[in-house]
Design a protein around this ligand. Structure first.
Ligand code: FES
Length: 82
């Protein structure tokens, strides 16, 4: 689903960027501008920010849950088979 029409950013793009940022740092800046920056994009009208914030939060929670599952399975984050 397209979240940002100015930059053609999808919900999947945002979730992927959140995962990348979380792997780079334990407590990254996850504001829309920072996540868009990870995608090489720059906010323009910012009308997408309320929805982007919800998708980013969802991506963050998915990353945390997946990391917990992988930790319990004795694997490193990002290496679990799906
Ligand atoms: S819709 Fe995202 S910056 Fe305009």
């Amino acid at each position: 689903m397209i979240i940002c029409h100015c930059n053609q950013i999808t919900s999947g793009d945002l979730e992927h960027a959140v995962c990348c940022l979380m792997r780079q740092c334990n407590s990254p800046d996850l504001c829309p501008s920072a996540v868009y920056g990870e995608l090489g994009a720059c906010p323009k009208c910012c009308q997408c920010f309320p929805l982007a914030e919800k998708v980013i939060k969802q991506g963050y929670l998915q990353f945390i849950c997946q990391a917990e599952i992988e930790a319990r399975a004795g694997e490193e984050p990002g290496l679990a088979k799906r």
